[in-house]
Design a protein around this ligand. Structure first.
Ligand SMILES: [Zn+2]
Ligand SMILES: [Zn+2]
Length: 300
């Protein structure tokens, strides 16, 4: 990493929830918070919305679902739009990704338009071997500024990957445990909430549990294997509650007596807005060698 993004550290939680409920310990997972922050990443760096390492002789991809665009009172293009770079992750920065054999770069692109029926941008993933790209593209990729929806065009961001331990989303818990956690929240007068403050990390991240906005949807691949959460691309890094415990210590604004931030906090550093403050979740099959990708979008 070029060092543009300073180290960012999630502070220790105000309550170690796994000490209150030891049965959570076996459900702990590690997620890699990517902490996108505005920067000027290069083609050989991991980034969100930055330039991709792309072979000069490979055509730039266009939307494959041209007939599924959803208008939302906007004019639609008469030809497929060029895809937009969303994420580029090198194995040296995020070795946790299930890179297929012989690859060390994961590239995520999407069509910057709403697609029916989920309003989700059409997402495509490329796995590459960076050493095989001897003649990289030097021209910036085409962007259609006339028809692209601004909310799907990210601000270029450098990444500062950080590993944190997280626990399942409230809705992924055994209902009996979930009920006991709710009762505990009442006991402490809801000073801290399992969902917002103590369990699953919000924001753009790799692996770990899913920060569902609506009900959980766990899928299987065509072969019937259980899909795993590959990564999440989020509209924001936290919400009106979760900022209190998930904002990195280096940026934390502190909290006043009314529980409000002491200074303005930019919770959407990449300037993305997926539907109504939604998240795009990518899933993959760790057993199928070609790593099939399934995409889900949820909005509030
Ligand atoms: Zn499209
Ligand atoms: Zn499979």
């Amino acid at each position: 990493m070029a060092g543009e993004s300073p180290r960012l550290t999630t502070p220790p939680k105000p309550v170690r929830i796994e000490q209150v409920f030891p049965e959570l310990r076996s459900l702990a997972r590690t997620t890699v918070r990517l902490h996108p922050r505005p920067g000027r990443p290069g083609t050989t760096e991991s980034s969100l919305g930055g330039p991709l390492l792309w072979p000069a002789d490979e055509p730039w991809p266009h939307c494959a679902e041209f007939d599924r665009h959803y208008a939302f009172e906007r004019d639609l293009p008469s030809e497929p739009l060029p895809l937009v770079p969303i994420l580029q992750l090198f194995a040296r920065d995020v070795p946790e990704l299930p890179f297929p054999a012989g690859t060390d770069v994961c590239q995520v692109l999407w069509c910057p338009l709403d697609h029916d029926p989920l309003y989700c941008p059409d997402v495509q993933v490329r796995w590459r071997d960076s050493a095989s790209i001897t003649r990289p593209r030097t021209e910036p990729p085409p962007v259609d500024l006339e028809y692209s929806a601004d909310n799907y065009l990210p601000r270029p961001c450098a990444l500062a990957p950080e590993r944190v331990t997280e626990f399942p989303h409230y809705s992924d818990l055994d209902p009996e445990l979930a009920r006991r956690i709710t009762a505990w929240e009442e006991q402490i007068e809801r000073r801290w909430r399992y969902h917002y403050h103590l369990s699953v990390a919000p924001g753009t991240k790799v692996g770990g549990w899913v920060h569902w906005i609506q009900d959980p949807i766990w899928l299987t691949c065509e072969c019937g294997h259980a899909l795993e959460h590959l990564l999440t691309i989020a509209s924001g890094e936290s919400d009106g509650q979760s900022w209190k415990t998930w904002t990195p210590a280096e940026e934390h604004p502190g909290m006043d007596a009314n529980g409000r931030p002491r200074r303005r906090l930019d919770r959407r550093p990449a300037d993305l807005m997926i539907g109504d403050v939604g998240d795009v979740y990518l899933f993959t099959c760790p057993q199928c060698e070609h790593r099939p990708i399934t995409t889900l979008t949820q909005c509030s």
